[in-house]
Design a protein around this ligand. Sequence first.
Ligand SMILES: NCCC[C@H](NC(=O)CCC(=O)O)C(=O)O
Length: 447
Amino acid sequence: MNTATTLEANFDGLVGPTHNYAGLSFGNVASQNNLGSESSPRAAALQGLAKMKAMHDLGLMQGVLPPQQRPDLAALRRLGFAGSDAEVLGEAARTQPRLLGAVSSASSMWVANAATVSPSADTRDGRVHFTPANLVNKFHRSIEVPTTARALQAIFPEGEHFAHHAALPAVDDFGDEGAANHTRLCAEYGEPGLELFVYGKDAGAPEHGPQRYPARHTLQASQAVARLHGLAPQACVFLQQNPAVIDQGVFHNDVIAVGNRNVLFFHEQAFVQDPRPALAAAWQTASPLHCIEVPSAAVSVEDAVSSYLFNSQLVTLPAGGHALILPQECRDNPAVWAYLQGLLDSDGPIEQFKVFNLTESMRNGGGPACLRLRVVLTPAQQAALNSAALLDETLYARLKAWVERHYRERLHVQDLADPQLHQECCSALDELTGILKLGAIYPFQQV
Ligand SMILES: NCCC[C@H](NC(=O)CCC(=O)O)C(=O)O
């Protein structure tokens, strides 16, 4: 790995021990369809680790973000469940099983929703800025915020290099889903770039939003994050996601578009307007911006949603050239796979594919891109972060053994009330904070 230059690191969310299918995300077709299925937390975590390891092996900087303490018993107590841990869990399971599912979700694995990150080349004070997403549209996700903020601060210490903001006010007008709706485009990582913010609705004109499924992210949230991060107004582009595709299951922009460096790969129906004029106006460098638009005739919105073609990671390989990191569902879909073969033959900027089995995450609507948070880092910033969270051969082996020791092979929603599961989760996380040198980030460690 070349640490002498500014590069983009991917930090992936490690899947937590309570990974399950509780059908919590209205508007996320996979989550709704898999309600009640049996999950494998162990397979889910190992699938995610295998992707991280493969990225490391490609020569990319790869980090790890920790899972959360679940079930969140404090959230249940806040909602009036009382007594011992076993009584709280038992009462919730009997009277509010969906709520028990919500406080047990391992949804923090989808760290593309953890925060919005702006690289130092784009910010007024020359620091990397982080704003944790408030995730107000879904209760099970909104409870991720305090631990996410502590984890990010434990890896990127506040100070000379890194700036951390509080999450936006927790109301629908400022609904914020983080980096899943944010793309940075640039010529070189270390140079100023443009930041593309995609919103589901303008809180001032909600009638132009989707009809069937919720728009989770507002224009007002994106504007606030751009102000907080000290971005130059002329370097920011705000585009509305097409409400018709939200109504077909595209609950985040990263289900229908992905960008990296000087390439934006997007579906014809992704945005209300053609994104090219606004991007061209904000694009400040002489080198060209490549906009690869995928026509509906080649890949329908339905195929995009079921294959997660656009939830691939678009990465720059150390030797130059772009690679797409795809879920295997793309290979299984004849229209998508045919399109991808044509893309390779087209002599464009995307030169290589890597295909991964992420089925456990995919069944809850999370593909390769959902599982990672991108952070552009200068050499000085690479030296300033908590390096215990960076994946190498040793950390990979340790985490794999840790998963194999602590995680259950199978989990069903009925198992969530088992007080032993909470104990297993806490002992696993206690060991993990030691491995990743995170300090006491979990509620059970703060008593
Ligand atoms: N970026 C991908 C996010 C996927 C996530 N799924 C979930 O939360 C499913 C959880 C469940 O249904 O148990 C979501 O919809 O926010």
